[in-house]
Design a protein around this ligand. Structure first.
Ligand SMILES: *Cc1c(COP(=O)(O)O)cnc(C)c1O
Length: 499
């Protein structure tokens, strides 16, 4: 299996190369040259397997330059039961039959763990395979969740070190605390005096700085990235769609071969794209329902074919979906245009130059066949959190609530009663102050930990261990730097003994 760019047909590479490199040289994203099939027979066999075994199967179909043993190591290091105490991706069914695929039982209580727990292991093995002889220094710019998940994933992984930059006043107090208390001998965290854009621009400049790269090379290091367009982050996400389907078959909720819908709270389009890839591999999926918050650029695109980022940006209570450019959409377009790299490159150029593009009628027709899309605002999100709890005693976070509300709208509009799985992307405790406010109107919760305790007291649900443990953990990192000084922060880390 080889991988090519979404923007040109030349220069196919192995999966190790694609994972080590992250982004293609032409600015495109790596995509597999084909989608390996999972037969109905194989799907039945997977019903009796655990999550690691299911992951092993799916990954092996794509990572053909890895040995079975290597994949087994990666999978078992990533999805250890002690890291995912509630199971890696359990399906929770309400009394009214609604299913939630809970992807937040990992160490940072958000679905990014599903990919970032395994990426470091895939990456270190990929670097060995392409024979760089160098250790990886991972740089991350984060607006919150990704930084912590990456720190946890790379913590004490041999041959790697990681440095995370976050905007000083741009993350929640809980997120900041999660990062500043991070354990591990190869991790480093730095606040930037600026906003998220400044932080991201700073990291991009460092990646592109020849002088810094030469300095790193002398020390036996090279930069690498853990961002969401890396194939090594997307691939592990395909697994849980298969896993959910197998669990539903195994418990008799659906018959073998029966179609299901997935509703996915969407930002960068990675999670829902993985569901589309699962469908391409043969998973019986009917509709993919794309749920957005007030930043509804995808709702508009998937219904009209016009993608326009020229619109107001809203800060919402589901911040991980506050996004106007959904990078992974490019991979979908590549597939729907029958791998027309020139066409995709053209649309991406228009997006860069004018902030918008419009796909042709044929592509739009395919999109509308596969996807349905909707959005809801903060008030509806709060209402949904409350009603799910009051009616079904199911406590969910704001991102999951957006998906649940959009699904209800879809169902009443279409009358489609196909069994649907709502993807649940974060623990409610990760957003405790907002969730508490939704349940108890007018409640004000002081600091994050007070809200956590109050939420647990009111609902009788347990606080996830990683969040409970946070309050007593010592702060290890309290550095901050000006946005112009980020490269100096990296160099001083490189010159210290800690990498
Ligand atoms: C990142 C994130 C999302 C969005 O996922 P994409 O793959 O970017 O579409 C949704 N919910 C939560 C909690 C997230 O952290």
């Amino acid at each position: 299996m080889n991988y090519q760019s979404t923007r040109s047909c030349s220069g196919a590479v192995t999966s190790a190369q694609a994972i080590a490199q992250g982004l293609c040289g032409d600015g495109g994203l790596f995509v597999p040259e084909a989608f390996p099939a999972v037969s109905a027979e194989e799907l039945t066999k997977m019903e009796s397997e655990n999550y690691q075994q299911r992951a092993q199967r799916i990954l092996a179909k794509y990572l053909t330059d890895f040995t079975e043993e290597e994949i087994r190591e990666c999978v078992s290091l990533a999805y250890q039961p002690q890291c995912f105490p509630g199971g890696a991706a359990p399906v929770s069914t309400l009394r009214n039959g609604t299913c939630f695929l809970e992807l937040w039982h990992g160490p940072t209580c958000a679905f990014k763990d599903m990919a970032l727990q395994i990426l470091p292991h895939l990456l270190t093995r990929s670097l060995k395979k392409i024979n760089t002889g160098k250790k990886a220094l991972i740089l991350v710019a984060t607006s919150g969740d990704t930084g912590k998940a990456a720190l946890e994933g790379f913590q004490d992984v041999p041959e790697t070190s990681i440095m995370v930059f976050y905007p000083k006043d741009g993350v929640s107090p809980m997120q900041e605390r999660q990062m500043r208390t991070q354990e591990g001998n190869n991790v480093s965290v730095c606040a930037v005096e600026g906003n998220f854009d400044d932080t991201q621009t700073g990291v991009k400049l460092i990646f592109g700085d020849q002088k810094i790269q030469e300095h790193l090379a002398k020390k036996g290091l090279m930069f690498s990235s853990a961002n969401s367009i890396n194939w090594g982050r997307l691939l592990p996400q395909i697994v849980y769609y298969f896993s959910a389907y197998c669990d539903l078959c195994a418990c008799g909720k659906i018959k073998r071969g029966e179609q299901v819908n997935f509703t996915v709270p969407t930002g960068n389009f990675g999670d829902i794209l993985a569901a589309y890839y699962a469908k391409k591999m043969g998973l019986p999926v009917k509709k993919l329902i794309c749920a957005s918050n007030a930043n509804n650029v995808l709702t508009d695109f998937l219904t009209t074919g016009v993608y326009s980022r020229n619109r107001e940006f809203y800060t919402t209570i589901s911040p991980s979906m506050d996004i106007l450019i959904s990078s992974n959409l490019e991979r979908l377009l590549f597939d729907l245009t029958d791998r027309n790299a020139e066409q995709v490159a053209g649309w991406m150029r228009q997006l860069r130059e004018t902030g918008e593009y419009k796909v042709d009628g044929n592509t739009l027709a395919k999109i509308r066949e596969l996807f349905s899309a909707g959005f809801c605002g903060d008030d509806e999100t709060r209402e949904e959190i409350r009603s799910l709890y009051e009616t079904n005693q199911y406590l969910c976070d704001p991102h999951t609530a957006v998906a649940a509300r959009v699904y209800e709208k879809y169902r009443s509009k279409t009358g489609d009663d196909t069994q649907t799985v709502i993807v649940s992307t974060a623990s409610p405790y990760k957003f405790a102050p907002e969730v508490l406010k939704a349940l108890v109107k007018g409640s004000s919760s002081g600091d994050g930990f007070e809200a956590v305790r109050s939420l647990s007291g009111r609902t009788g649900t347990p606080v996830p261990v990683p969040i409970a443990a946070l309050e007593s953990k010592p702060v290890r990192f309290s550095f901050s730097c000006q946005k112009e000084k980020m490269s100096e922060a990296v160099l001083s880390l490189v010159d210290s003994k800690s990498v």
